[in-house]
Design a protein around this ligand. Structure first.
Ligand code: CA
Length: 226
């Protein structure tokens, strides 16, 4: 069962679209605005989003960027104006397709089918483990945060991977030293703290408003996802 997110403030259009898609066997969650859509992706997983460009609270293109912060998501835009600039902007944002109103339901259903079949090979890291806003490609030793691959040194990677393995658990400096620097000869007392600081800086560069790396004074560190 494929789960579709439909964000459209015109209920007549939304009802018709949702009806047509449900008739094809898709699960459809309808939201009237961007805020509701962001809440929906926080609580559920979707295979595709169909976004009206003219929403009451946020432009559909901006909403697309927000929806994709945590997870790769194919998007089809619906727009009232087929203006070339909108079209280009939509595709710059990685739109998977684009449909100008008025459109036939049959056409929309066909486009949905094509985009779902295509999947998201270019944005998803195969075999990676997702934890909150993090995606950990263990084999490739890469960690993605809010969709961006972090540029980490060997020990920064080890540190973040150790914390990601047990979200919310507090790991002491000693535990982290053993797990990450077990084979290093010249690591000093401040090694863990120094690396936490640089990792934190790299996370903040991606998402300045949150700090998932929590310091527990005198105890150690944890990675908190909420
Ligand atoms: Ca609209």
């Amino acid at each position: 069962m494929k789960h579709l997110l439909l964000v459209e403030d015109e209920t007549a259009i939304a009802d018709a679209v949702a009806y047509a898609l449900r008739a094809e066997g898709y699960e459809v969650r309808h939201c009237l605005d961007g805020r509701a859509a962001l809440e929906a992706v926080d609580s559920g997983r979707f295979d595709l989003a169909i976004l009206d460009v003219g929403l009451p609270d946020i432009n559909g293109f901006a909403l697309c960027g927000e929806l994709r912060r945590g997870t790769p998501l194919p998007v089809i835009f619906l727009t009232a104006q087929a203006a070339e600039s909108e079209r280009v902007l939509g595709f710059d944002l990685g739109a998977d397709d684009y449909i100008a109103k008025p459109f036939s339901l049959r056409e929309l259903v066909a486009r949905v089918r094509v985009v779902l079949r295509r999947g998201v090979p270019d944005t998803a890291m195969p075999g990676s483990k997702r934890t909150g806003a993090f995606e950990h490609d263990v084999e490739g030793r890469r960690i993605r945060y809010h969709g961006l691959v972090l540029d980490l040194t060997r020990y920064e990677y080890g540190l973040l991977a150790a914390l990601l393995a047990r979200p919310g658990a507090v790991l002491s400096r000693m535990q982290l030293m053993e797990r990450v620097w077990g084979d290093a000869l010249d690591s000093g007392d401040r090694t863990v703290d120094t690396h936490v600081k640089t990792v934190r800086g790299k996370l903040r560069a991606v998402a300045p408003e949150v700090d998932p790396l929590r310091t527990h004074r005198g105890i150690g560190y944890s990675l908190d996802l909420d």
